[in-house]
Write a protein of this length. Structure first.
Length: 128
């Protein structure tokens, strides 16, 4: 990492639920509402965004632990805003608090995602 990411560093991104994001489409249920796997993917994407400016050349991060509660349904067309805030840093390990909300402020989901910063080439060289 170039500069260690600071506790409290945050990133936010908004997403609009499409039919490709529904539980039906991602195979996690039979209803046309935001699927939990898609919500998780959005949360992970925002943690990557929060880390982006702190990664050195050749570095990336990998997810290692996830805890996510999906609290309310989001229909197709709903806007979901996801925020990831750095809660804990220990060397290469970075833990984020994540929260997703509807435009009216209603909490869609919340949890914690842990990522570890790695050298991308070295990481890939270990994959057989």
């Amino acid at each position: 990492m170039n500069d260690m990411v600071d506790v409290g560093t945050a990133a936010t991104q908004s997403f609009t639920v499409t039919t490709d994001d529904t539980a039906i489409a991602v195979g996690s249920g039979s209803l046309p509402v935001l699927g939990t796997p898609r919500l998780l993917a959005w949360c992970e994407a925002v943690t990557c965004q929060a880390l982006a400016d702190s990664l050195g050349n050749g570095s990336t991060s990998v997810g290692t632990r996830i805890s996510l509660e999906h609290l309310v349904a989001s229909p197709v067309g709903a806007t979901v805003s996801v925020t990831a805030t750095t809660a804990y840093v220990d060397g290469r390990l970075v833990r984020f608090a994540v929260a997703a909300s509807h435009a009216d402020g209603k909490l869609v989901g919340s949890g914690e995602i842990t990522r570890v910063v790695v050298d991308a080439a070295r990481f890939m060289s270990r994959i057989s």
